[in-house]
Write a protein that binds this ligand. Structure first.
Ligand code: L34
Length: 286
């Protein structure tokens, strides 16, 4: 058996082409385009690559963007005051501070400084609370991308057993909540889970978000499962790999996402969707 590959790049392109049309209509209606501000602190090559992807995608869909590059030495106060300026700037719809931040900066304080209505990452405590309460909120980009991939691949979630491996605030916890909202029975496994293989073998839908390259081997995949690989890292071979051992997992999965070209591009595409959403909500609020 060989799995059907869910191509995140292809799907992203299709979604971005739809957004291009939508943004042209929004501009005609409201007299301006959505505008995304991206702040990057320091020179981590992976972060720089992801941020470049975000700015490129914004240009592709025809929205405005501002890239603010700060040195790793920037003070926490300077960063907070920049965010306050962007909060007050009527021309800015979305604010994203790329993580991780240097150690001398408290990322929780930074996230809390972003106006919830401009929080395109959905990381602000108000958005997190509203997600868990089932209220209107900004949904974090990567979890939203995971759900979009399942939906577009025609994979039914209701009634299925979903196993999420990894409990981060950015991916594991929110994706578990979204799967629960879609009526999956959710197991949230993590680094202290006793028998991980026994858990993953139950998964009709397996979401791997640990950051441990190749952790999920083929023999941990339930035959016929949909495997969504959120992990991304550079292996000893210098190439990008996910949390899933792709070759062996392909033998058992019915559907699988590749790395690169899977969840990563979808994260960026959902950021575009969230920026459009913030824009529309702000236009309706005034
Ligand atoms: N604030 N920080 C904030 N928001 C986010 O949503 C992120 N994340 C994660 C890291 N920090 C963040 C991202 O943007 C991870 N992430 C991200 C975004 C895009 C890609 C990967 C991770 C991506 O485009 N990956 C490509 C390969 C890119 C390359 O060649 O380096 C892929 O095909 O998977």
């Amino acid at each position: 058996m060989s799995a059907t590959i869910i191509d995140g790049k292809d799907l992203s392109l299709a979604l971005k082409d739809e957004m291009k049309v939508q943004i042209a209509q929004l501009e005609a209606k409201y007299g301006r385009k959505p505008c995304l501000s991206v702040i990057i602190v320091g020179e981590d090559p992976a972060s720089q690559s992801y941020v470049r992807g975000k700015i490129k995608a914004a240009a592709y869909v025809g929205m405005d963007s501002r890239l603010i590059e700060l040195p790793a030495s920037v003070s926490q106060d300077e960063l907070l005051s920049l965010i306050r300026d962007l909060n007050a700037d009527g021309g800015v719809d979305g604010i994203l501070v790329q993580l991780p931040l240097p150690k001398h900066i408290d990322s929780n304080l930074v996230i809390e400084a972003i106006a919830p209505a401009k929080d395109v990452d959905g990381f602000h405590p108000v958005n997190v609370a509203n997600l868990w309460l089932g209220l209107d909120c900004m949904v974090p980009c990567t979890p939203k991308g995971v759900m979009k991939m399942l939906e577009r691949a025609g994979i039914e979630v209701a009634g299925k057993t979903a196993v999420v491996v990894g409990r981060s605030n950015i991916v594991g916890k929110p994706v578990a909540k979204l799967l629960l909202d879609a009526n999956a029975t959710v197991i949230l496994a993590h680094s202290r889970t006793k028998d991980l293989k026994a858990m993953t073998l139950q998964a009709d839908i397996l979401v791997a978000a640990t950051g441990a390259i190749g952790l999920i081997k083929g023999d941990m995949v339930k035959p016929g499962a949909a495997v969504i690989d959120v992990g991304i890292g550079r292996g000893a071979d210098g190439k990008l790999h996910g949390d899933v051992d792709f070759e062996s997992a392909c033998e058992r999965a019915a559907y699988i996402t590749p790395v690169p070209g899977g969840v990563g591009p979808m994260t960026i595409t959902m950021l575009m969707a969230n920026t459009i959403e913030c824009f529309i909500k702000r236009m309706h609020a005034c």
